[in-house]
Design a protein around this ligand. Structure first.
Ligand code: AQP
Length: 335
């Protein structure tokens, strides 16, 4: 297959929300038509913060089913579970041994997540970006779709591949690891919390009302949007830094309706919050309905889910084993 390749994934750290969909999965759905697309559920990443062992497997399966429900086509893309491919942890170790510690200590996401955890920060959390580099580099990915928050991690993956593996261990023109490029998704790349327009919507936010989960039933969506933070101004608008909630909710509206920013902004510029919120609620419910229907059928069909994951795993195994061998050979391991 000569198609350019794309790799991405979501952590099964809880119920997927509209931020994960609008900022990530929705873009993969478009990309699968033009690239060989591999998407994994990054369960090894999910344990870099304290996790609940009784829900990890369930969340992992649910995340994979949601990929399909959101439009990933298992006949054209490969869907698999990160921990089922042992090469991820093995390449991570090899990369750990050539990555300077001070590169890791600079990572913004580590600093932010570590702050929240006080003394309980694991080495795994510090090492998260190297595991992510292994994920990407294993598949000779040409492109990685990343939100703003992941840009620094992709830069690190590029530096590890280029400066720490190819330059040091490569011979001649042949690169050992392909150096991937970012595909930065513009519109909707960051969906903010419903409770505070300055904070990102997150699966791990302890406040359930801060996010709309993809599987929330209509009455819950209605309640969450009703409670969503507003301001004292009339009219919805983009780009006013004094009004992050207006920007965020109008952005969600423009994306779930497919109207785009200009049309959504024209439609809502004179609306008060009381008129806008029910319209937004209907739009979100309508957009999620087909996803929820497809999900509820698939999650009951364990045979089909297993088939999809086995197929995806086969392709992932094939590519990752050959990359890992290239790296081990270059580093001088005995065959
Ligand atoms: N709020 C968001 N808006 C737009 N995109 C988002 N993504 C996450 N939150 C938003 C994108 O979803 C993909 C997968 O994310 P992840 O699960 O690997 O990690 P994350 O970015 O840390 O996601 P969460 O939901 O905030 O999870 P927790 O709370 O566990 O940390 C990525 O492409 C990300 O950009």
């Amino acid at each position: 297959m000569n198609q350019k390749r794309v790799l991405s994934g979501v952590q099964p750290t809880g119920a997927l929300h509209i931020g994960n969909w609008l900022g990530a999965i929705r873009n993969w759905v478009d990309l699968q038509n033009d690239y060989e697309t591999l998407v994994c559920v990054v369960d090894l990443h999910a344990i870099t913060v304290p996790h609940d062992p009784t829900s990890l497997a369930k969340d992992t399966l649910s995340t994979a089913a949601l990929y399909v429900a959101c439009g990933m086509n298992p006949n054209t893309c490969s869907i698999f579970i990160q921990s089922h491919i042992k090469a991820h942890t093995e390449l991570c170790w090899l990369l750990n041994c050539v990555t300077p510690l001070n590169w890791m200590e600079r990572m913004i996401q580590f600093k932010e997540k570590a702050l929240k955890q006080g003394d309980n920060v694991s080495i795994g959390l510090l090492d998260y970006p190297v595991l992510m580099a292994a994920d990407i580099l294993l598949y000779d990915s040409d492109f990685v779709p990343v939100g703003e928050d992941q840009k620094q991690h992709l830069e690190l993956a590029r530096d590890i591949a280029q400066q720490r593996i190819n330059s040091r261990f490569g011979k001649g023109e042949n690169e050992i690891l392909k150096v991937p490029k970012p595909l930065i998704m513009s519109e909707g790349s960051k969906i903010m919390s419903l409770c505070d327009g300055k904070n990102k919507m997150s699966k791990s936010d302890p406040n359930e009302n801060s996010r709309i989960s993809l599987l929330d039933p209509p009455e819950i969506i209605k309640k969450k949007i009703k409670r969503a933070k507003t301001d004292a101004h009339m009219g919805l608008e983009f780009g006013n830094i004094e009004r992050p909630e207006a920007d965020n909710l109008l952005g969600i509206y423009s994306l779930v309706t497919g109207l785009g920013r200009d049309k959504a902004s024209d439609e809502c510029s004179a609306m008060g919050w009381g008129m806008f919120k029910p319209i937004l609620t209907d739009a979100v419910i309508n957009a999620l309905e087909p996803i929820q229907k497809k999900y509820s059928d698939l999650i009951k069909d364990r045979c089909e889910l297993n088939r999809i994951l086995t197929e995806g795993e086969k392709r992932a195994q094939e590519i990752s084993e050959s990359t890992l061998k290239r790296v081990k050979d270059a580093l001088g391991f005995l065959n």
